[in-house]
Ligand binder design. Structure first.
Ligand code: ZN
Length: 506
């Protein structure tokens, strides 16, 4: 077999694997949006069956042989240096996935999947009954499985890095800790200065906002931001998410609360940010493993930037507030633009991460990062987590949950064995502002475009610099190529300090 044939065989294997993954996403999307409740048992069997097929395909020994034939090894994954750059990036990603999958024995993968299901069910119950003790044995098992995976992947001496590498390839505990250590005291000090000022009036938000009008406003906005309705859909689900079912089928969900205008609105913008990334992969990556985000953190940089930096900005609302007022005349007529802008940007230390404002949000994440590091280093026991959580909340945010359901039990991630995922959310804020600073250098009049409701310049910049490249580079390489910088929280904290000094007259 010559090299061209070997490459085309590898692309076929990859393509077959993506098709199964997308089919499985259809089932998952349906489960969250429209499936009758009693279908859940067979649906999990269907998903498990597809998962088994996918794992079998992904670990086919012929993939290993073809990779080797093309010069791609674990230590030099990009293969033969006479191959085109795009193919070398393809080999790197495929080699990385193959190595990860093939190093996990199939019985271990199956028992992890079964234990994760039981653990999630135990977490749901424990959270409902505020009973951490009943969940603790499951969490310990999830932690053991994660450590074992890290060991099998060659991260035996630094197991937490094995988990971080899954979500932020190439990034490690030390780099993230250095960045977060610089960020945390400045965030805490900003929160303290804001808390000493009078809180803005948000009482007008607490009234009935008919969901039909919320939906109409959100759909119009989504289209204006650049979401193509012939390549995706917007539906409702309990927890908003974005999923990709194919190169031209990216679906987002949102949820509306009649007495909370902002929750549905900003969820829609957040998920639209994810979707614009998914819809922007280059045509040369179509259908391959490179048509994916560079990392979870880069993905969050897109969603959080559209949601916070763009849609919570004054230029955005200067251009859009009159339209919102027209949709909700009874609720908003006596409320001027400045009052609305301040209410949209209210900062208030709170217990729940997903409800947190953009200033306190990263502190929730840094707490989880600290706890995960200690769990993996063996300096914190699962049984002591609730106490460590309360201490951390007091120290970082000055608030303390009365119940574990509002504390250590609030997030689903650990129950699914997803460790090392949380840092991506704060990294998303940080990458996002590094991108934003570079974008403003290239497009100095971006505020005027946003105020005029023209988002095409903004989207085109991200399409060219980030979206079209998909997973061709690791996050640090992408950041360097786009901004000339390494990871640094400076742009993010400076943005917050400037914005909130104005909003709160600090
Ligand atoms: Zn997100």
């Amino acid at each position: 077999m010559n090299r061209a044939d070997a490459l085309s065989r590898l692309h076929e294997f990859d393509r077959a694997h993506r098709l199964i993954a997308h089919a499985s996403s259809v089932l998952q999307w349906d489960q969250e949006t429209g499936m009758p409740p009693r279908a859940v048992v067979e649906r999990s069997e269907q998903l498990a069956a597809l998962e088994a097929v996918a794992h079998e395909r992904a670990t086919d020994p012929r993939i290993g042989e073809l990779l080797e034939r093309l010069g791609s090894t674990s230590s030099d994954p990009r293969g033969d240096d006479s191959l085109p750059g795009l193919e070398r990036d393809f080999l790197r990603v495929l080699r990385r996935e193959y190595d990860k999958d093939v190093l996990l024995p199939v019985e271990f993968v199956a028992s992890c999947a079964r234990d994760e299901g039981l653990s999630q069910a135990a977490w749901i119950e424990a959270r409902k009954r505020n009973d951490f003790a009943s969940f603790a044995p499951h969490l310990s098992l999830m932690l053991d499985h994660a450590k074992e995976k890290s060991r099998l992947w060659g991260f035996g001496s630094s197991p937490y890095n094995g988990q971080l590498d899954l979500h932020e390839p190439g990034m490690d505990e030390r780099a993230i800790a250095t960045c977060f250590d610089a960020l945390r005291p400045r965030l805490s000090s900003l929160v303290a200065r804001i808390s000493a000022r009078p809180a803005p009036d948000t009482s007008f938000l607490d009234q009935e906002y008919p969901v039909e009008a919320q939906d109409a406003f959100g759909r119009e906005l989504r289209t204006d931001l650049g979401f193509q309705s012939d390549r995706g859909r917007l539906d409702l689900s309990a927890h908003p998410f974005t999923t990709t079912l194919g190169a031209d089928d990216v679906r987002i969900t949102t949820r509306y609360e009649p007495r909370n205008l902002l929750s549905g609105l900003f969820s829609t913008v957040h998920e639209t940010g994810h979707a614009l990334y998914e819809l922007g992969y280059g045509d040369d990556l179509r259908g391959s493993c490179l048509a994916d985000g560079a990392s979870m953190g880069i993905h969050e940089s897109q969603s959080r930037l559209w949601e916070n930096v763009m849609a919570r900005s004054l230029p955005f609302w200067r251009g859009r507030y009159a339209t919102l007022q027209a949709r909700f005349p009874k609720q908003l007529n006596g409320v001027d633009l400045e009052a609305f802008y301040k209410a949209v940007n209210v900062v208030r230390p709170s217990l729940i991460r997903v409800d947190a404002d953009e200033v306190t949000y990263s502190l929730h994440v840094i707490l989880r990062f600290d706890l995960e590091r200690r769990l993996f280093a063996g300096t914190l026991e699962v049984a002591d987590l609730p106490h460590a959580w309360r201490e951390g909340m007091k120290k970082y945010l000055g608030v303390e949950p009365a119940r574990d359901s509002d504390g250590v039990l609030q997030d689903i991630h650990w129950s699914m064995g997803a460790f090392g995922y949380f840092p991506s959310y704060a990294l998303g804020n940080i990458y996002g502002l590094q991108f934003w600073r570079a974008l403003r250098r290239d497009l100095p009049r971006i505020d005027e475009s946003i105020e005029a409701g023209r988002f095409t310049d903004l989207l085109a910049w991200f399409r060219e610099k980030v979206h079209s490249k998909g997973r061709r580079s690791d996050p640090a390489e992408l950041l360097e190529a786009t901004t000339g910088e390494t990871l640094s929280a400076d742009a993010f904290i400076e943005y917050l300090e400037r914005k909130y000094a104005d909003a709160y007259s600090l």
